[in-house]
Write a protein of this length. Sequence first.
Length: 518
Amino acid sequence: MKKFSLICAVLATVTAGFSASAQQKADVKLRESAADGTIIPKEIYGQFSEHLGRCIYDGLWVGKDSEIPNVDGYRLDVFNALKELQVPVMRWPGGCFADDYHWMDGVGPLEQRTKIANNNWGGTLEDNSFGTHEFLNLCEKLGCEPYISGNVGSGTPEELAKWVEYMNSDAPSTVANMRRANGREEPWHVKYLGIGNEAWGCGGNMRPEYYSDLFRRYTTYTRDYKGERLYKIASGASDYDYNWTEVCLNAIGDKMDAIAVHYYSVIDWNDKTAATKFDDEGYYKFLAKALDIEPTIQKHIAIMDRLDPEGKVDLLVDEWGTWWNVEPGTNPGHLYQQSTMRDAMVAALSLNVFQKYTRRIKMANIAQVVNVLQAMVLTKGDQMVLTPTYHVFNMYKVHQDAEFIPVEFDSKPLVWTEKGAVPTLSVSASRKDGAIHVSLVNPSLDQAQKVTLSWETFKSSAKANVSGVILSAKDVHDFNDFGVEPKVCNKEFKNIKKTAKGIEFEMPAASIITLEIK
Ligand code: AHR
């Protein structure tokens, strides 16, 4: 097996990926004095894993008898890559699969587990060899919080209540004893519980009024057990369905901890276009569509602010990301796609948006972690590649649980597209443990950007240590493929000049930089 290091070679000084036809200038001011203690919850860098295609099988799990190196059945290469990312939370088992999932099918001796057709996703055989124990133990090993998505569409309140009891009860009850008999003495203390998924669609084709009543019913029987208070999440709207948020907030706002929203950067669901083949217009148009998440969440938040002025209910973007046509020759139901530098731009721009709205947004889960949609890693046999999106998450992990710092800069529209504008620059900053981190995105395909960055109260630039990491590619179509040297990976960013008030540097076209000021 050919091995590549998790972080690509770090020593080369980076030069511009594209020939700069002109140069933009930006004056970025960090307003530390305006920071008000708002913490960027680490959960906004969350992941989503569904029984879909090769996300679980071949992705996270190969089984103990596999020739692919594994620990207790978990693929070692994928496990190590995710450990490095410091995944804070992982959602499972779906997605649409969640409302077809019966948890009892996936516990107990392997040979006795129920085999079903995964009817949401290509009819593939699901042998349930990855179930509750396998998922929750994985989260424990990764050090991340599990987020269980419960079955409302085809399940019953009794089934979901017993699942919670199985996972969280330390009583000598029949259900908790079944967990013990299956090899797990201590409860897992699961906190995040989704009451259904996309209840307006694959989760039961419900109206928000009917779903709200079901939420009230299910929530009555999903109880807290010693050591954990459940955090209950209502199945939320599809992107622009503001009525869903309004009706659910009115009907169940006092019963839920959070409501979800799903947002995919798709323009035409009938032709989602190729992941790796696009022209300049296709590049900017999809970045604009990704950025349209900002006004969309602003509108959901405005409804929440009106109906829940005390801010008791959180908003979770528990599915987001790019969704392209599947790679030619792959199962259309498996949603396997490549990931280019364009996907990395979508990831960084979206994370910069989430970091601004953490007053309400407390979690986001990119879809999905392995081999499905905008994945962190892709696998083929015993090989694994880290996608450009992986590197963005790796660069952004410094913002986890850090204090948000407001940033001032003059961002003009760089390009107008049918889906809105793409700005000349996107910036987000935070501070933690005596360091400031700043993440900047230059979306331009052909213009470098000269940035002067200053700060107010932090130590003088003369005394500060400044370092940086950059993600860029020779070509935005570049992606990391199996068996060849990776083309898109993060490298040390070196050309940083100190000025009287801060620093100055040049961002290559189509690049993402995270700086550390200490
Ligand atoms: O992430 C793929 C699918 O997209 C999920 O199963 C579903 O919730 C959404 O429609």
